[in-house]
Design a binder for this molecule. Sequence first.
Ligand code: 5AD
Ligand code: SF4
Length: 475
Amino acid sequence: MSLDRVRGVNELLPEDRQGEVMELKSMLPTFESRKLYLESYGCAMNYSDSEIVASILAGVGFTTTNDPKQADVILLNTCAIRDNAESRIWARLHDFKAAKKTNPGLIVGVLGCMAERLKSELLEKQKIVDIVAGPDAYRDLPNLIERVEGGQKAVNVLLSREETYADISPVRLDSNGVSAFISIMRGCDNMCSFCVVPFTRGRERSRDPHSIVEEVKMMSDQGYKEVTLLGQNVDSYKWGTDTSPKIHFAELLEKVAAVDKNIRVRFSTSHPKDMSDDVIYVMAAHENICNYIHLPIQSGSSVVLERMNRGYTREWYMQRVESIRKIIPGCGISSDIITGFCGETEEDHQETLSLMKWARYDFSYMFKYSERPGTFAERKYKDDVAEEIKGRRLQEVIQQQAISSHESNKADLNTIQKVLVEGISKRSENHVSGRSDHNKVVVFPRGNFVKGDLVDVLITGCTPATLLGEATINS
Ligand code: 5AD
Ligand code: SF4
């Protein structure tokens, strides 16, 4: 283990606790020159967790590889949010089971949201993996790997009320060196009736703000230009004891924005029931906080929202959007939408379409409802919207979003957008691609621009999904 690694870990802790990490590390097994292959599925939080896993295993000697054939240990960080996510992962696990035939020493493990739900299926019934580790058990991975090497199966799916991995300095995987995710909390207490996350990721807990600010400082020192603060519901971020002042998300955002004015700050996900005007005012007051909010509506019908246990009505949601647009004119807004939730009528669906028209989202993630075992909806409601109807409604929602996205892009024509360059465009070597303040992809001629440059770009054209432009200054 390199000393730098230990130093990196220690820096995130308050001074009086910095010795603890050294003591803990000396008790772990070591795996010098062993190779780890990590594959991640699902949300940004999972990708961020994989960086924590890589850090924990780097601490005991592992190096990461992008080639599963080179790996001694293969870990899949899984997603259980919809049935089709799980099916893809099962198929991948069968590939790796086949690979074990030619490489009997290969260790395969499942991490993340499928771990808790499917531990006995994975380990005992299908005997498809050696390790199953839930989202709060990653510190235990070195021990679990050691146990497998000793000939046993290894499982830890205990959920914690405290674990935030606050002291772990993530190893940035697949990083462009420009933007990074930073987890500020874990778990979820909202219990939306369709959602499996509160069961797979456990109770909500917030991470020590000191360690978050220190991580942002580290990113700044390493030359990063953008951080995205992650939580299932960032608006319920809370830190403090009875004797120290409480810090809510608005204050945390302010602290993060103050670290380095040249670092852009984004965050996700906001919850309409909890998003306060305080947060919007902090965004408005800080040039380096991006004017973009991901504010999932899920359904435009108050009756469906009630059944989803979302904690707000259509009218409340509209009032939140009006507040954003009043305080930050032109703020980018995106959404998540589910079609065909239990009991959704044609009228409810029309309300979703009309809400979308009204909200003029820049972007949406859209899904057919997928029943998840153990959720309130699975236990109490009937999944009674036929598959073809769910599909047809999803197509209508996608079409409505395509219209709004195109309108939103056309409204940007002839404006100047500040674009953070992320790299060479996938479509053309002669162009670079980056994101605007509103999180839109912008492509423009490469010139001498390199990733990490913040460039004023005049928007001269667009497609429904992308803005095209020209830099207003020479590189
Ligand atoms: N079926 C379909 N979509 C779902 N989501 C969460 N659970 C389900 C489900 N059971 C969607 C929601 C959420 C996003 C991350 O995934 O829209 O905001
Ligand atoms: Fe799931 Fe709702 Fe929590 Fe989001 S807020 S993770 S949809 S329970």
